[in-house]
Design a protein around this ligand. Structure first.
Ligand code: TA6
Length: 320
């Protein structure tokens, strides 16, 4: 079983509008709701890849109920197991506005609410549940922002607990929670270039990834948007590029990268094969109509066309 943690789960709402303009009123043409927050997206992709998957984190109030209801609708090819801990607060919504015209606002404009207040007792309850779930997990992903009330060092605690339990851990967050989680030595971190720059101060991705690795991550997989991935792993450094730029909605593409890395880990794939899977899945997610879904036909078509190049040792270590 692969466990994903989404402390700040969300009801993801996607609005499609003809054209998006600041300070204007918009007619929404279509509304779609999905169970969201990064770890829930990761779990849905894992289930679609055929992995037994369980989600935990917090859910509460009417939006929390809706997230749980939508999760039960994920049945093909396998279900996503619900081990979310109930909070007295109300699960947030995230709103993704997609412009149909393909103009400058194409892609998505996101509004992420802060999330419910978590009490100290709820956090303690979560830690107990997490410890129990780890006993049956082959790998765990810790994903997304922290809701108010959860300690800023939460990911440090969760990474250490997973490592003590011998469960490989992938961390995908940003800012201070990432910095604290990194120090606990996760197996993999997956920041984007901006998040890497935020914690290392370097805007040069290879340099920044090397700095992040030195701070504790065994592997750093940096997503570079349409340019693919840069990975520093215990087996070497790699650049991975999709064959062509995909137009579409990039929301959730990073979550597909995390799902691919976890599935590749669980299946014992080599690092280059995991990275190829991650790049093709991310590109297929950008291409899908709804944020966080992926287009299987595009994924299978792209897989053999993704290029993976080993970075020269000199280039990989020519920093700081
Ligand atoms: O990566 C996309 C996404 O997972 C959305 O589904 C949305 O729920 C959001 O990210 C949450 O991210 P956050 O960093 O606010 O926890």
């Amino acid at each position: 079983m692969i466990l994903t943690v989404t402390l700040n789960a969300a009801l993801d709402v996607t609005y499609r509008v003809p054209r998006l303009e600041p300070r204007a009123s918009h007619r929404v043409r279509e509304v779609a709701e999905r169970p969201g927050g990064k770890g829930l997206n990761v779990a849905r992709v894992l289930a679609a890849l055929g992995h037994e998957t369980l989600v935990t984190g917090f859910a509460g109030g009417p939006t929390g109920e809706r997230v749980r209801e939508l999760l039960t609708e994920v049945t093909e090819p396998g279900p996503v197991g619900d081990a979310l801990v109930t909070t007295g607060g109300t699960t947030r919504r995230t709103v993704s506005v997609v412009e149909e015209s393909g103009g400058p606002g194409a892609g998505a404009t996101l509004f992420n609410e802060p999330g419910p207040q978590i009490s100290p007792a709820e956090w303690e309850r979560f830690l107990d549940v997490y410890g129990e779930l780890l006993a049956g997990a082959d790998a765990v992903a810790l994903c997304g922002s922290l809701p108010p009330g959860v300690p800023v060092g939460a990911y440090g605690t969760l990474v250490r607990t997973a490592r003590t339990a011998g469960v490989p851990v992938v961390l995908d967050t940003d800012g201070e929670p990432l910095r604290r989680g990194l120090a606990a030595r996760p197996d993999v971190v997956k920041p984007n270039a901006e998040e890497l720059a935020g914690i290392t101060g370097s805007t040069e991705p290879l340099h920044a990834a090397r700095l992040a690795q030195r701070r504790g991550a065994h592997a750093v997989v940096a997503s570079l948007g349409a340019d693919g991935l840069l990975a520093l792993t215990p087996d070497g450094a790699w650049r991975v590029t999709p064959p062509r730029r995909m137009a579409g909605n990039p929301t959730g593409a990073g979550d597909s990268v995390v799902a691919a890395l976890l599935s590749g880990l669980a299946e014992g794939l080599s690092w280059p094969d995991r990275l190829v899977r991650a790049t093709a899945l991310a590109a297929a997610t950008v291409r899908a109509e709804t944020a966080g879904e992926f287009d299987r036909a595009v994924y299978e078509e792209l897989l053999p066309a993704v290029t993976v190049t080993r970075q020269r040792a000199a280039a990989a270590s020519a920093v700081g």
